[in-house]
Design a protein around this ligand. Structure first.
Ligand code: ASP
Length: 584
């Protein structure tokens, strides 16, 4: 038997017992007469004690061991004279009688401590060492727990976890597919699923009624900071349901996770239309941990001779309470912030509502004190507040103001990671215009149903942009953690949708024929959604990066720096696949 206990479980109640522990040498301290080793495994750290007087040989052996050596220690549990109340085993130590080196270790390239001295790249290269660190280990434990809770919760509601294929047909709609050449069918390719969307709908046609899967998905997109080419979804689909049923079911799951993992209880999640989210927050994933809603100002701003405002489609701003004392330097920094290419505003106007009731603004030339008071009234501002205003084309300006609002939220300490503000954003537009390709795309996906009352608008191309979908997102703290829709289960409507998206009968048939075919055999009304599991975990873990919650993530260039993938393959492999690579 390698061990009788783990390194995290012995306490004062075990004093006097003979035990054997296994683990890694975290740290050793040599105090002359005594040597101490911190032995670490997944469960904790236990102190091993070696006494020079009573057992000199063993003590000397212990002193020669390096960090991360794998040890087996046999000895007796004793009460410590100087206790460590920071760890559960801090009251005891093991007086070691026998020590076996199970394996040696090279000196690790960074310290295996909570705050490691290793940079990101180095830790990713040696991810197996990084995972030995508490914060990373804890993240993976959290992920496991969330997966178990999800499985049990959904299973108890009658959902079946059903696996769907990883090698599927490529469909150009949506993001870019990762493709896999088929050796047995030269010149033909599988795609890795961007999501099991069509399969889960087929499972509804198949009568499975309630499906879920914690499933890997693949999207070959240009990576942004918090994206991974492969990621995990909690993917769900239900039959004979309306939007209300879906929202309630998965709000239930979210609440269950909050309660079990964070000990937090919530009332009903607020719901906001996409239109309101854009108007009030400039985002379809508003962070509602704080207010600072947008205030539209066209009528008070225009016709005072300030050309920028006069010519703008929208003048809109936020009121930062208690920030009137912002210095010139701070205001300049905010202007620089909104002018960065990532935000893209031309500039920023500020109005300070001084504590003496006067106003000071960057547009004093154009506005009298009374004019500025009209702005303040519109904002509901009080003396001591700071109003920040942007202008330009409506949608663009809202998105820019969203960035400024979040920045102010951060500066004012209103975005506490321990506070959670979930909500549903509903009634997304069905279609989204793309300037580059000059056509509409499905905002969610081509199987999403329009709101019944908007269906007739499909017959009028000039109104396509106005059609609302029965589509919804679940948002927490400014992060989209999931989304889904009511599906089209009617063949005629689906055909109409494909035409709207620019498909001919043939191209729709060629890409989606199998799903359309299935829909002719009695497709039930159905709907579903998928949570981004990595993101949900990172949110619950109070962390910004999903990478910290994936055991072996890829870097920003989509590379696994540990294994060195992607990598070239041999000519023999290429020949077998009948693929010619011409890198010019
Ligand atoms: N398949 C969708 C997605 O990946 C989610 C859904 O509509 O259920 O976003």
């Amino acid at each position: 038997m390698y061990r009788t206990h783990t390194c995290g479980e012995l306490t004062i109640n075990n004093v006097g017992q003979r035990v054997t522990l296994c683990g890694w040498l975290q740290r050793s301290r040599d105090l002359g007469g005594m040597t101490f080793i911190d032995l670490r495994d997944r469960y904790g750290i236990t102190q091993l004690a070696f006494n020079m007087e009573t057992n000199a040989d063993l003590c000397q052996q212990a002193r020669r061991l390096g960090r991360e050596f794998v040890l087996q220690a046999e000895g007796t549990v004793a009460e410590r004279s100087s206790k460590n109340n920071k760890i559960p085993t801090g009251d005891i130590e093991i007086i070691v009688e026998k020590l076996t080196v199970l394996n040696e270790s090279k000196l690790p390239p960074f310290t295996i401590e909570d705050n490691s001295d290793g940079g990101d790249d180095l830790r990713m290269k040696y991810r197996y060492l990084d995972i030995r660190r508490n914060p990373v280990r804890r993240n993976l434990e959290l992920r496991h727990r969330m997966a178990m809770l999800t499985r049990n919760y959904l299973s108890n509601l009658g959902f079946l976890e059903i696996e769907t294929p990883m090698l599927i047909k490529s469909t150009p709609e949506g993001a870019r597919d990762f493709v896999v050449p088929s050796r047995m069918n030269p010149g033909e390719f599988y795609a890795l699923p961007q999501s099991p969307q069509q399969y889960k709908q087929l499972l509804m046609v198949a009568g499975m009624d309630r499906y879920f899967q914690i499933v890997r998905c693949f999207r070959d997109e240009d990576l942004r900071a918090d994206r991974q080419p492969e990621f995990t979804q909690i993917d769900c689909e239900m039959s004979f349901v309306e939007q209300e049923d879906v929202l309630n079911t998965f709000e239930g799951l979210a609440k269950h996770l909050f309660k079990e993992v964070k000990g937090l209880e919530f009332g009903n999640f607020p719901r906001m239309t996409w239109h309101d989210a854009m108007r009030l927050y400039g985002s379809d994933k508003p962070d509602i941990r704080f207010g600072m809603q947008f205030v539209e100002l066209n009528d008070v701003a225009k016709d005072h001779g300030f050309g920028l405002f006069d010519s703008a489609e929208l003048v809109v701003g936020i009121c930062a309470q208690g920030c009137a004392e912002y210095t010139r330097k701070q205001l300049d920094a905010l202007t620089e912030f909104v002018k960065r290419p990532q935000v893209g505003a031309g500039g920023m106007v500020y109005i300070k509502y001084n504590s003496d009731g006067t106003f000071k603004s960057s547009v004093d030339k154009f506005y009298t004190q009374d004019n500025l008071k009209a702005f303040a009234d519109r904002f509901g501002a009080k003396p001591g507040d700071l109003m920040l205003i942007l202008c330009g084309p409506a949608m663009k300006t809202r998105v820019q103001l969203c960035a400024l609002r979040l920045e102010m939220g951060s500066q004012m300490g209103l975005r506490n990671p321990d506070q959670y503000a979930p909500l549903w954003v509903v009634d997304f537009p069905l279609l989204e215009w793309d300037d580059e390709t000059q056509r509409y795309y499905a905002m969610h996906h081509p199987f999403t149903a329009p709101k019944p009352e908007d269906e007739t608008l499909l017959d009028d191309p000039s109104r396509w942009g106005d059609i609302r979908a029965n589509a919804y997102d679940i948002v927490m703290n400014g992060v989209e953690v999931g989304g889904g829709s009511i599906r089209i289960h009617n063949r005629t409507l689906q055909n109409k949708m494909f035409h709207t998206l620019g498909f001919t009968d043939e191209s729709a048939q060629e890409q989606f024929g199998f799903l359309m075919g299935a829909f002719e055999y009695g497709a039930p009304p159905h709907a579903g959604l998928a949570f981004g599991f990595d993101r949900l975990c990172s949110l619950f873990g109070g962390c910004d990066s999903i990478r910290d919650f994936i055991a072996f993530p890829k870097n920003n260039a989509g590379r696994d720096v540990m294994s060195g993938s992607p990598s070239p393959i041999s000519n023999a492999q290429l020949n077998e696949l009948q693929i010619k690579v011409d890198l010019k």
